[in-house]
Structures are given as structure tokens and as C-alpha cells.
Design a protein around this ligand. Structure first.
Ligand code: MTE
Ligand code: LUZ
Ligand code: MOS
Length: 768
């Protein structure tokens, strides 16, 4: 894959933060974090650490020259805890030493004494105690109260949704290097270089321009570095400020898993009303988001939960309530889908509940309620160019759903303890940051006199193929070879005030900014050629395969000649492009607007085989019809669909995040947190891209692809559930994710397990 760094990756030569050449005298840092979930600090003793070999400094809250504050939306998060600690893993002190191991060893000598305070880990308990972040949000459409009357059937249910660890391959890390004067340069593994710049400046009491942030690439972010890369960068900046030396901080896997936030767990209640034939008339939901100990991005994530609470269905009467609840767990944060998946899971659960009660196939209810052209979302936007039905119908057709279903039913009739389940999962995901102002991007394009091109944008490469995409866009727009393009690091001195690389919108925003920069350069070059060739119409000049055409015929000029001529004629060969998504807005008072540039649609069909005696299951097949407009790089896009699916499947099945009642993460290492691996993935995985589906707002007809495929994974929960129903029909299987094999076993054999347990208890008490 060109520009996907394949050669460098394969040889292990691609550089990450700690691969950069080490400046002389570089120091290493380690974090001492709170071992308790909630307490008032009585004493923090760092003297033993200071005496350890190699230790240069131990920094605490009082060593911060500027503001001790890194909260991205609300100022409720200290860089280093000063008076109170709010979760296990909260940074309290930074040890700086000659070697990383010395720093870690010394950190273990720090002692923290606290007066223990009550620990809350449950979002509903937090809600009842008034521990909420911001205010609850409510989206409404129609009149639910009046609608219940018209329903033939009204059902209620409850969902418990687990969190998810990001497990980016590259753990959180940053390096700060002193520059001239007081300036500091930071190399950070962040999706948001501008957030790092802003917060490092704030912490040091600097103007932004004294901090330069440079990002070459990330070994994965998945939302975990949209905002939570900031702390580590601020800490090394602080250490450099104190020592005058370069300082690096690299979290170990365990440190990363304990200290950083993950996908939000949710608890949600739903009520759904339908007609006898399965038309949904009314839907009500209450989402309790477990935000953890600080706001972080939770309010924005909560908002996206609301935007996606009806997934790809039209429901005329809805009332969607959501509240962010403060608990004593690490602040939960962005993760692929950004709250959308939790909203969709509840919707799909409600549909399963209806299907089971009406004894109707789940997919029939889904299909009956799919969005149609111009249908209204609860937030006031209309579904224009709606591809919900198109992807659904295409999937049914190309993957021969009815025959497939028959095969599954035959299998189930002829097997006792093995059962198959088949589920359809349609998705609809809005593209644009829901905070409208973030939908802006810049690009800086330089053309050198040899015809080579250098491009900087505000976008960060994190494995999603951003560079491949931007380079492809630029090469196509200029009409030159891809090899001419070099993608530069993402740097705050070249691109100012950049939005995070997130919301799947990085290629859309930065690609369009690149196009605008290139258009400026072309608008200077074309009149130049027209003048030189003495032809009347500059607009009829085109460049293709590095040759210059006029009205479709060759002029004999090449790209190189054009560039050189421009240089000697003193025409600028550089441009800065700025793009802002047009036509989007949102009114938070009314909770209505047009927040999204467009929606991405798709439909997946998932098949599983369950061993009902063991609770184990295999995912046999996942077949997807996905809408991505016109692909920019088919293999990059395919990689995004498959990778997103893998993460979604893992979230729903084996990835189980567990905290005990003291706020301790019991799954804080890769030994205790199970990940999907290559064997876990279905052997039969097929992806079809919708044809003739150009998105007019582009770039080049392309649609965003990063997050939406994650949500296909939700379908596996319902495929397993269906297999459970085939073995033992029951209306009260829990809507509790992840559906681990253990949980499947416990649910299937609830009574037997209870009987066994009471017998064991009886025997053991008899023995006493
Ligand atoms: N793919 C890889 N390989 N690595 C990543 O970190 N992040 C995901 C997705 N795909 C990610 C990824 C997330 S959460 C988002 S928002 C998008 O990529 C961000 O990139 P984009 O805006 O260019 O799609
Ligand atoms: N980040 C953000 C996101 O700040 N706003 C968003 O709407 C969003 N959506 C998805 C992922 N990250
Ligand atoms: Mo992605 S959750 O927008 O980084």
C-alpha cells in the first residue's frame, strides 16, 4: 500500500516517540499515582525517592509554575493531585532520573497518606447522590406519552454495557526538549497536538507560541489519545522546565491500563411501544453514563449517544434522556464511536425484546422501521441521500439472506447442543464533530522547484491511513505521481489551532483543506501557462500524468517545466488552505439542528455457532455492505472496516473491563483483559462497498470510514442471543455486554447453577 509506511513498518524502521535519536543527557520520568480511589491527602512524602540513585527531581503539584489544570471541557482535572485524589491511577508525583528504571524504582518509595472518603463506582448511585457532570440532556420528537396509548404492545428493559480498553500498540508517551530561550519542543503520541500545546502552555504559564508540538505518527490512538495524551506531554514539559534537560516518559502497558481512561460503561433503561405488526411508534430511553472521576470528553460523548440512540430507524415519538455520572474510576474517554455504540446497543436490545415478545424475526422489525429518504432524526436533521435501505437490500441480495437463514434453521433442527444464530446489524453514523466549531482544518502545501511536493496538515497519522489518503488526494488534484508527495509530521508551528484527529473526519476536513490549498496554487499556475503559450482560456488548462494539456490536447509542457517557469517568474509555489464544513449548526437550547454534514450507512450480517453446554462460541461469518462514497484507497478503507469490526466484536464478547467496589481495575493487564486475536475473527469475512455512491462534499466523492464499522460488531451480541434462544427460549436473558462465554453459560443454565450452588453450600455447612 503506497504511503501506508509498509516498508518502514515491516523493517521496524518507522519512528515513534522513543525511537527518535536521543539527545545528550536526556532524562527519564516515571509517574507515582494514587493507590486509592478517593481520599483527602494528609501527607505526601517524596524524601526517600529523592535519595535514590540517579534521581534528579521529584515534582508535585506545588512545582507547577502555571495552572495545575488539564480538563479539556470543564476545569475539573488537575495534572498532579494537590489536595484530594479521585481515582486509582491518578498522577500525584513525577520522578525524573537518569534511567527509566531508576525513576520507576524511586516512584515506589513515595508514600501517600490519605483520609479515605466514600468510593462510588456505580453511575446510578452517583446520579442519586447528585454527582453528575453538566446537566442531563433530553432529545424529543413527537409525543411519547400520547403514543403509548396507540401501541398494541409496550415493553420495558434494562441494558448494562461494559467499557473497553483501547490497547493501542504504542502506549502513551511523550518527550520534551528544551529549545532556544524558554521555548520547549514536545514530541507526543497524541491525536490532538493543539490540545497538548495549549495545556502545556497553561501548565507552565506560557503563551502558546513558546510550545511547539510535533507528531510523526501514532502506533494507534482509537480515541484514547484524543485528549488523554495531554497529561504525559504536560508532565515532561514540566520536567524539562525544571531541569533544563530533555525528558521522556513512556508508560508501561500496566501503567497505561491502570492510569488512562477507556470507553464509557453505561446503564440504560428503555421502553418501547409497537403495533402488532412490528412498527415502532414510541421509544423512551434513559442513559446513565459512567464518566469516571473527571469530565474529560464525557459531555460530548454523552451527546453523541443521544444522536445515535435510534440508530438507523425512524421512530415518530421519542424521548431520549442521558446523564453523565461522576464516579471514582479513571476518567472515561473517547473510543471509536464516541458514545454512539452504547446508544445503538440499547436500540438493538429494545428491538430484540419486541421480536421475542411478538415471536417475529428481529430483522423483520428492523427492516420495517429503517430510515427512509427525508425521515426526521430526533435532533431535527433529515435523512437526505439516505442509504439505510439501499445497504440493507444489497446485503440481503448479494449475501442471499433467506437461503442463509434456512441453512441456519436446518442446522438448529438437526443439532442438540450446538446452535447457530444469525443477526443483521444496520448502522447509521453522523459525520462531523458534534461541537460545530471543531469542523475546521488547515493544510500547508509547498511545491519545490524540482516538482516535488511537501504537505502539512492538522491531521495525525495513527494507522488509519491518513497520509495515504491526503497524498492520494493531492496527487490526483495536481495531476502528478504519488511519489512526488511527501507527507510531513503534524506540527503546531506549521498548522495552528488544529482540531483533534477524530470523529472519523480527519481525511474529510484535512483533505478538503489540502484541495483548497492546491486550488490556490493551480489558480496561479494556470494563467501563467496560458500567458506563456499565448492561449486565451486558463481554465482549460489541465494537468494529467505530469503533462500539461490545453483543451484536452498536449502542450508539450511538463509539471517540472511548469514549476520551474513559475519560480523564475516569481509566482508563489506555496499555499495555505482552510476548510470549514458548510451548512452545519446545532442549537443546544432546542436540542435541534443539522449537526452532521452527512451520515454513513451500512448493513452487516453475522453468523455464530454456540456450544450451549460450554457457553463457548465461534463467529463463523460476517458479511458487510458498507457505504463509503467513492473509496480513496480501497485497501486502506477495507482495513478500516475490518479493524473497526474486530474492535466492535471484541467489545461485545471477550473484552471485559472489571472494577471492584474499591475502584480497583481487576482487568488492568493483558493477562487479565482478553483481546480478540486473529483466530477469533471469522474465517468468512466479506465486505462490499456500495457502488455509485459518491458523496458530493467529498473529497473526490469519499465518505469518512474510521468509526462506523465498529458498530457492525454490535450484531454479534444478538447473533449469540439468538443461538441461546434456539437452545433454550427465554424472554429474560439479560442485555448485558460483553456476552463472555462465562456469562452465556451462566445465563443458559441459570437454574441448574443455582441448584448446584445451594447443594454445595448445604454440603459445606453440613461439614462444619
Ligand atoms: N485505525 C487505526 N489503524 N488506528 C487508530 O488509532 N482510530 C480510529 C479510526 N481508525 C484508529 C483507526 C478512530 S477512533 C478514529 S476517530 C479514526 O480512525 C480517526 O481517523 P480518521 O478521522 O482519519 O478516520
Ligand atoms: N470527538 C469530538 C469525537 O470532540 N467530537 C465528536 O463529535 C466526536 N465524534 C466521534 C469521535 N470523536
Ligand atoms: Mo476517534 S473516538 O474520534 O478518536
Amino acid at each position: 500500500m503506497p504511503f501506508h509506511d509498509p516498508e518502514l513498518h515491516t523493517r521496524g524502521e518507522s519512528r515513534y516517540v522513543d525511537d527518535l535519536p536521543q539527545p545528550e543527557g536526556m532524562l527519564h520520568a516515571a509517574v507515582f499515582f494514587s493507590p486509592v480511589a478517593h481520599g483527602r491527602i494528609r501527607q505526601l512524602d517524596v524524601s526517600a525517592a529523592l535519595e535514590m540513585e540517579g534521581v534528579v527531581a521529584v515534582l508535585t503539584a506545588k512545582d507547577i509554575p502555571g495552572e495545575n489544570q488539564i480538563g479539556p471541557l470543564i476545569p475539573d482535572q488537575e495534572l498532579l493531585a494537590s489536595e484530594e485524589v479521585f481515582y486509582i491511577g491518578q498522577p500525584v508525583a513525577l520522578v525524573v532520573a537518569t534511567h527509566a528504571e531508576q525513576a520507576r524504582k524511586a516512584a515506589r518509595r513515595i508514600s501517600l497518606q490519605v483520609d479515605h472518603l466514600p468510593v462510588i463506582t456505580d453511575p446510578r448511585e452517583a446520579y442519586e447522590k447528585g454527582e453528575i457532570i453538566g446537566t442531563p440532556r433530553v432529545f424529543q420528537l413527537g409525543d411519547v406519552e400520547a403514543a403509548w396509548e396507540q401501541c398494541d404492545l409496550v415493553l420495558e428493559g434494562h441494558c448494562e454495557i461494559g467499557g473497553q480498553e483501547h490497547v493501542y500498540l504504542e502506549t502513551q508517551r511523550a518527550r520534551a526538549v528544551p529549545a532556544e530561550g524558554k521555548a520547549i519542543r514536545i514530541y507526543s503520541s497524541t491525536q490532538s497536538p493543539y490540545a497538548v500545546q495549549r495545556h502545556a502552555a497553561r501548565v507552565l504559564g506560557y503563551p502558546n507560541h513558546l510550545i511547539e508540538v510535533d507528531v510523526l505518527r501514532l502506533g494507534g490512538g482509537f480515541g484514547g489519545k484524543e485528549d488523554q495524551a495531554t497529561a504525559w506531554a504536560c508532565l515532561v514539559a514540566l520536567a524539562t522546565w525544571h531541569t533544563g534537560k530533555p525528558v521522556e516518559l513512556v508508560l508501561s502497558r500496566e501503567e497505561d491500563m491502570i492510569m488512562t481512561g477507556k470507553r464509557h460503561p453505561y446503564q440504560s433503561d428503555f421502553k418501547i411501544g409497537v403495533t402488532r405488526d412490528g412498527r415502532i411508534l414510541a421509544f423512551e430511553v434513559r442513559h446513565y453514563q459512567n464518566a469516571g472521576a473527571a469530565a474529560d470528553l464525557s459531555p460530548a460523548i454523552l451527546e453523541r449517544t443521544l444522536f445515535h440512540s435510534t440508530n438507523s430507524y425512524f421512530i415518530p415519538n421519542v424521548r431520549l434522556f442521558a446523564v453523565s455520572c461522576r464516579t471514582h474510576l479513571p476518567p472515561f474517554t473517547a473510543f471509536r464511536g464516541f458514545g454512539g455504540p452504547q446508544g445503538m446497543f440499547v436500540m438493538e436490545s429494545a428491538i430484540a425484546r419486541v421480536a421475542e415478545a411478538l415471536n417475529m424475526p428481529r430483522e423483520e422489525i428492523q427492516r420495517k422501521n429503517l430510515l427512509k429518504e427525508n425521515d426526521l432524526f430526533p435532533y431535527g436533521q433529515r435523512a437526505t441521500d439516505c442509504r439505510a435501505r439501499r445497504t440493507w437490500d444489497t446485503a440481503m441480495e448479494v449475501y442471499r439472506f433467506s437461503e442463509w437463514k434456512q441453512r441456519v434453521e436446518q442446522f438448529n433442527q438437526s443439532h442438540f447442543h450446538k446452535k447457530k444464530g444469525l443477526a443483521v446489524m444496520p448502522i447509521c453514523f453522523g459525520i462531523s464533530f458534534t461541537a460545530t466549531f471543531l469542523n475546521q482544518a488547515s493544510a500547508l502545501v509547498h511545491v519545490y522547484t524540482d516538482g516535488s511536493v511537501s504537505i502539512s496538515t492538522g491531521g495525525v497519522e495513527m494507522g488509519q491511513g491518513l497520509r495515504a489518503n491526503i497524498a492520494t488526494i493531492a496527487a490526483r488534484a495536481l495531476g502528478i505521481r504519488l511519489e512526488r508527495i511527501k507527507m510531513e509530521s503534524t506540527n503546531t508551528t506549521r498548522i495552528a489551532n488544529m482540531s483533534p484527529s477524530a470523529a472519523s473526519a480527519t481525511t474529510v476536513l484535512n483533505g478538503n483543506a489540502t484541495l483548497l490549498a492546491i486550488q490556490q496554487i493551480l489558480s496561479r499556475l494556470k494563467p501563467l501557462v496560458a500567458r506563456e503559450l499565448n492561449v486565451p482560456d486558463p481554465e482549460s488548462i489541465t494537468i494529467q500524468d505530469e503533462k500539461i494539456f490545453y483543451r484536452g490536447s498536449e502542450t508539450g509542457w511538463t509539471w517540472e517545466k511548469l514549476v520551474q517557469t513559475a519560480y523564475f517568474k516569481r509566482v508563489s509555489l506555496s499555499a495555505h488552505g482552510f476548510f470549514a464544513t458548510p451548512g452545519i449548526y446545532f442549537d443546544k437550547q432546542k436540542e435541534k439542528g443539522r449537526p452532521f454534514a452527512y451520515h454513513v450507512y451500512g448493513t452487516a450480517i453475522l453468523e455464530v455457532t454456540l456450544d450451549a453446554l460450554r457457553g463457548t462460541y465461534t463467529i463463523d461469518a460476517v458479511k458487510i455492505v458498507h457505504d463509503l462514497g467513492r473509496p480513496l484507497n480501497r485497501r486502506v478503507d477495507l482495513g478500516q472496516v475490518e479493524g473497526g469490526l474486530a474492535q466492535g466484536l471484541g467489545w461485545m464478547t471477550v473484552e471485559e473491563l472489571v472494577f471492584d467496589e474499591n475502584g480497583r481495575n481487576l482487568s488492568g493487564a493483558l493477562a487479565t483483559y482478553k483481546l480478540p486475536d486473529v483466530y477469533f475473527m471469522p474465517d468468512d469475512l466479506e465486505v462490499t462497498f456500495l457502488e455509485n455512491a459518491d458523496e458530493p462534499t467529498g473529497p473526490f466523492g469519499n465518505k469518512a470510514v474510521g468509526e462506523p464499522p465498529f458498530m457492525y460488531g454490535i450484531g454479534v451480541f444478538f447473533a449469540i442471543r439468538q443461538a441461546m434462544q434456539a437452545f433454550r427460549p427465554r424472554e429474560d436473558y439479560a442485555f448485558r455486554a460483553p456476552l463472555t462465554p462465562e456469562r452465556v453459560l451462566m445465563e443458559l443454565h441459570r437454574e441448574e447453577i443455582a441448584r448446584l450452588r445451594s447443594r454445595v453450600l448445604a454440603t459445606s455447612s453440613a461439614g462444619k
